[in-house]
Design a protein around this ligand. Structure first.
Ligand code: FES
Ligand code: FES
Length: 189
């Protein structure tokens, strides 16, 4: 083939220079995490999940898909279940975070939901478990705050919020049903 690249249809005619290294903005944040006040300097682009895991040392929050699908990274922000892979650390300035580590004291009794997961063997590898526990905790607290009864179909819909790649969901569903006061026997398999 003859001719310069720019003469070929679709060819790149201009090289784009490499990215200029720019200083990343940093932010001072103060946040309450599991009841403790935390102050930190964070980069603009730092994910909340990475902040919790790598800066605060709360590794109970897991990262699976990192795109908002699997739910493994779910934490509570001001009481609401949030995907911490979709939130940036600077966005939690002044807010209250609760992670799976907050659901029971290290040597204290398990929460009702944790107890039900234990009773019903609602986990295998446990990777998804923090997400289920946090999302179900937020679900229960929101319903209580609103004075709203939770139906069985509400609970089933809530379980769609997280993926489990091990269990087939049968025991997770049994655990959730036990925790929310329904018959834990599973008739749908
Ligand atoms: S890691 Fe956040 S939703 Fe999967
Ligand atoms: S228990 Fe392994 S991914 Fe759910």
């Amino acid at each position: 083939m003859t001719g310069t690249p720019s003469s070929v249809p679709g060819a790149i005619s201009q090289a784009v220079p490499p990215p200029v290294s720019e200083p990343t903005a940093r932010h001072q944040i103060r946040v309450t995490i599991n009841g403790s006040d935390v102050a930190a300097e964070v980069e603009s682009r730092l994910l909340l999940a990475d902040f919790l895991r790598h800066r605060v040392g709360l590794t109970g929050t897991h990262l699976g898909c990192e795109q908002g699908s699997c739910g493994a990274c779910t934490v509570l922000v001001d009481g609401a279940a949030v995907r911490s892979c979709l939130m940036l650390a600077p966005q939690v300035d002044g807010r209250e975070i609760r992670t799976v580590e907050s659901l029971a004291e290290p040597d204290g009794p398990l929460s009702v939901i944790q107890e039900a997961f234990t009773n019903q063997h609602g986990l295998q590898c446990g990777f998804c478990t923090p997400g289920f526990l946090c999302s179900l905790t937020a679900f229960a607290e929101e319903a209580e705050e609103d004075g709203r009864d939770i139906s069985e179909s509400d609970l089933d819909a809530q379980l769609d919020s997280s993926f489990c790649r091990c269990t087939g969901y049968v025991n997770i569903r049994r655990a959730a049903r036990e925790a929310f006061g329904f018959d834990s026997g599973d008739t749908h398999g």
